[in-house]
Ligand binder design. Structure first.
Ligand code: ADP
Ligand code: MG
Length: 363
């Protein structure tokens, strides 16, 4: 549906998008996830025709649109900063696209109500957009992007300024909205939760390039590189020395599969560490490496769990989720268990040269 080959966009000496390839299937929801400044907005602007690439080709449904005027491309872009018409009402803003397409008056009215209902703003047609909160303006912008039924809908940080409740609701509803609309969606964000919840596939971007493309659950369960792991919020990394399928770390020996002998870097997935409170099922001990002793140094309430920090006698400070009760007080001596099934080998981060040891982007 969308094929991008060798796309480069430069601002002077800076390659904001650097020799990028991207393919999206019809109806696919693809999320580009990357830190601020990595080139996400520039990529979308190039596809929309708002910046000119220096090299590369953009093909949409078999049509080469690389040099086409923006209004001939049949793509919709919802900007990061909404870019609503401030002097027009909500209804007029949303009606803009369908009106440009020459839809009949009653069809426009119907379509406006339909997409406003989708974003929970039906009935606000007459209001001035300047009266709305930031979150409401963002929803109007989403409605405006959806209204003309573009073949490719591009969203730039779509849920960025929404409050948590609305954001979570939209995270639940958006995939269904996209599927019902039958459109291909390219969404970019720096928010991993948003990317993982909404997308069929996630491309992780760094310094103008993709370092990894994969299904959300595979990305999460096996980040592959230290950069991706850290970007997903997996901050607990360990140095190891591997010999014969066993990684020796400061926390003990951890079995690792298919890993050559030599130095390696390991990441602990969120469910790797548990408090050993003698309530665990006897069978689960088999996959755990020897017990770790330490002292609780901090405790933080994190909504559905309590997170404690433990200074291990072996050296590292580890964050451990506690799922029941209030968790031990700071100062308490505890024993941790490390579940070897939730430990992954990652390639180390070698810097921002775009390669970062992640290897080529995986299809
Ligand atoms: P993201 O959307 O991922 O935050 P951008 O695409 O906005 O990243 O920016 C990528 C890089 O290009 C950044 O280093 C940014 O400072 C730079 N950049 C963006 N727009 C311009 C511009 N119009 N002129 C010069 N540099 C720009
Ligand atoms: Mg941006």
């Amino acid at each position: 549906m969308l094929h991008i080959e060798g796309l480069t966009v430069s601002y002077g000496p800076l390659r904001a998008v650097d020799d990028l390839d991207l393919h999206a299937e019809d109806g696919e929801v693809l999320s580009v996830l990357g830190p601020s400044g990595c080139g996400k907005s520039t990529l979308l602007r190039a596809i929309a025709g708002l910046v000119r690439p220096s090299t590369g080709r953009i093909v949409l449904e078999g049509r080469d649109i690389t040099r086409l005027r923006p209004d001939r491309r049949d793509v919709g872009l919802m900007f990061q900063d909404h870019a609503l018409f401030p002097h027009r009402s909500v209804g007029d803003n949303v009606a803009f696209g369908p009106r440009m397409q020459g839809l009949a008056r009653h069809a426009i009215t119907e379509r406006v109500a339909e997409v406003l209902r989708l974003v929970d703003l039906d009935g606000t047609q007459q209001r001035a957009v300047t009266e709305l909160s930031g979150g409401e303006q963002q929803r109007v912008a989403l409605a405006r992007a959806l209204a003309p039924r573009p073949r490719l809908l591009m969203l730039d940080e779509p849920l960025g300024s929404l409050d948590r409740v609305l954001r979570d609701r939209l995270l639940d509803e958006l995939p269904e909205v996209f599927r019902a609309a039958g459109i291909t969606v390219l969404s970019v964000t720096h928010d991993q939760q948003e990317a993982l919840a909404v997308a069929d596939r996630v491309a992780v971007m760094r310094a103008g390039r993709f370092v990894r493309q994969d299904l959300p659950h595979r990305l999460w369960r096996d980040p592959g590189s230290e950069f991706v792991a850290r970007f997903l919020g997996l901050e607990q990394l360990l140095d190891a020395e591997v010999a014969g399928g066993v990684a020796t770390t400061v926390l003990g020996e951890i079995p690792v599969e298919d890993q050559p002998d030599g130095p390696a870097r390991l990441v602990l997935l969120p469910d790797a560490l548990h408090l050993d409170d003698n309530e665990s099922a006897p069978g689960s001990r088999r996959a755990a490496v020897p017990a770790l002793a330490g002292t609780v140094t901090a405790r933080r309430f994190a909504g559905d769990h309590v997170r404690i920090e433990v200074d291990c006698d072996a050296g590292p400070r580890l964050g451990v989720p506690v799922w029941r009760g209030a968790g031990p007080d700071p100062g308490t001596r505890v024993v941790l268990r490390l579940d070897a099934r939730a430990v992954r080998v990652v390639s180390p981060d070698l810097g921002t040269d775009g390669t970062d040891g992640a290897g080529p982007a995986r299809p």
